[in-house]
Design a protein around this ligand. Structure first.
Ligand code: MD6
Ligand code: FE
Length: 204
């Protein structure tokens, strides 16, 4: 599979449209859905107790969680207390192929967007090494993604479709970004509809 990178106009924001073929998307969906059977999707809350509209789980040694205690990475599922399931090998390969980062990711946040879910503008700041990239894989319904410089100023809107892979690296590592909305029904990859987003990180 050839992964073609396009120019995004934002230095360090890397984008590979259609990086995963339809077969690869289906295989990854199956592996992730099977893995999270042992780590069911749940709805985290903000520090003030407000639930996210996105449902979350994690794969790998560490997982990102949020509750009244704040944001952090931890080795176990907050509801079951069990370790997060292992990260699929094909995600480790994709990380190494696209980012070239010398160490493997130790956390994969799995976001499940059902119709109407969104994610507010944020920066990924909870990782110990903020020099390491964050790699993001989109599966299912197309998302309207918003991104702007870390320092503030204007943001741009672009679409992330099923099979697209993007990364926040270097000068864009701390870019502000979020998901405004889904184009519901644009894909039928996810049973029940919606979108899966996988973000691979170096958390520790
Ligand atoms: C999403 N993505 O696509 C949310 N974070 O559903 C992110 O929050 C994100 O796309 C870091 C790097 C790339 C991302
Ligand atoms: Fe993020």
């Amino acid at each position: 599979m050839i992964r073609r990178e396009i120019e995004t106009g934002l230095e360090g924001f890397r984008l590979w449209p259609g990086a995963l073929s339809p077969d690869e998307q289906a295989a990854l969906r199956d592996e992730v859905m099977e893995a999270v059977e042992a780590a069911p999707f749940y709805r985290p809350t903000t520090r003030s107790g407000r639930p996210f509209s996105v449902e979350m789980s994690n794969l790998g040694p560490l997982g990102w969680v949020s509750d009244r205690g704040g944001y952090r990475y931890q080795p176990v599922h907050p509801a079951t207390g069990a370790p997060w399931p292992p990260m699929p090998e094909r995600l480790l390969e994709l990380w190494s192929e696209l980012t070239g980062w010398p160490e493997p990711p130790d956390a994969c946040l799995v976001n499940l967007y059902r119709e109407g879910a969104r994610m507010g503008l944020h920066q990924d700041l909870d990782e110990a090494d903020r020099a390491a990239p964050v790699l993001s894989v989109s599966l299912g319904d197309t998302a309207v993604f918003r991104i702007g410089a870390a320092e503030g100023g204007p943001t741009r809107s672009m679409r992330l479709a099923s099979g697209d892979v993007c990364a926040l690296t270097g000068p864009a590592r701390l870019a502000r970004h979020g998901i405004d909305r889904l184009l519901a029904g644009s894909s039928n990859l996810i049973p029940g509809g919606g979108r899966l987003n996988l973000t691979l990180r170096r958390a520790a």
